[in-house]
Design a protein around this ligand. Structure first.
Ligand code: PEP
Length: 255
């Protein structure tokens, strides 16, 4: 049994407007478990984050608010970017970094991901670093290669003192937005390979503190079994987090 605190994080992407967000938050108010066995969060579009933070504070909802991206500089002439310091200023807990969609659609490089991880940690934000193998289907050789390159570059230069603050979300590209997931054996294997590579970078004590989530086609039907895998420390959930009842059901099931 590890002492890593599992994190269930919703990734709403560019879905939900102001009134839909309010409805969701009202629907979960008073229904999330008050527990120190699980951390629960929602990542949403930056424009809504401050209102969300205010709502959860005011209604004492045990929910952390995350951004879906950030920039790696706090101040200056970077038109259109979101400053880590600004996220801290409004009470955001952390940020997804390097989601597959950002890497693919916005050409975000491993180097940029690394800078964002450092900026995030330096500002006291939790980085949820998404890594994936970009193949059309499960390929046992690929898990040995491309996520590991992503890890090696993203964490080069990060001090091991930050290990307990780092979250990695393993999301196979082909599972995101699909109705297919790897088998439980494949997910556990991938998480082990990832942890082994973290051991090379940070040493085993620190590598064992890093949380590894699974993401990609998680539903109320498969969440519990994936969550229970020994090297998996939570879930990153897209579509199944959009309806409050599905989200609550998943949380209820895994506890
Ligand atoms: C995601 O893109 O982060 C994700 C987990 O998506 P979905 O659950 O919808 O596959």
């Amino acid at each position: 049994m590890s002492n890593r605190l599992p994190l269930i994080l919703a990734n709403w992407k560019m879905n939900k407007n102001r009134s839909e967000i309010r409805e969701f938050l009202q629907a979960i108010t008073g229904k999330l478990p008050l527990t120190d066995l699980l951390q629960v969060g929602v990542a949403a579009q930056s424009v809504y984050l401050e209102k969300m933070v205010d709502y959860v504070k005011q209604h004492q909802v045990p929910l952390d608010i995350f951004s879906e991206n950030l920039f790696y500089v706090n101040h200056g002439s970077y038109t259109g970017e979101t400053s880590p310091a600004a996220l801290v200023d409004i009470g955001v807990k952390g940020s997804i970094i390097g989601h597959y969609e950002r890497r693919k659609l916005f050409k975000e490089s491993n180097g940029a991901v690394g800078l964002k991880v450092a900026a995030s940690l330096g500002n006291g934000l939790l980085p949820v670093v998404a890594i994936s193998e970009d193949t059309a289907t499960y390929d046992p050789n690929d898990i040995e290669m491309s996520p590991l390159t992503e890890i090696a570059i993203s964490f080069a230069g990060i001090d091991k003192k930050w290990a307990s603050k780092i979250v990695i979300a393993y999301e196979p590209a082909w599972a995101i937005g699909s109705d297919r997931t790897p088998t439980l054996t494949e997910i556990e294997h991938a998480a082990k390979v990832i942890r082994k590579s973290l051991t090379f970078i940070f040493g085993s004590t620190s590598a064992n503190q890093i949380r590894i989530q699974y993401g990609g086609a998680v539903t109320p039907h498969n969440a519990k079994a994936i969550f229970a895998l020994p090297n998996i420390d939570g879930l990153l959930i897209g579509r199944s987090s959009l309806a409050a009842d599905n989200f609550l059901r998943i949380i209820d099931d895994v506890l």
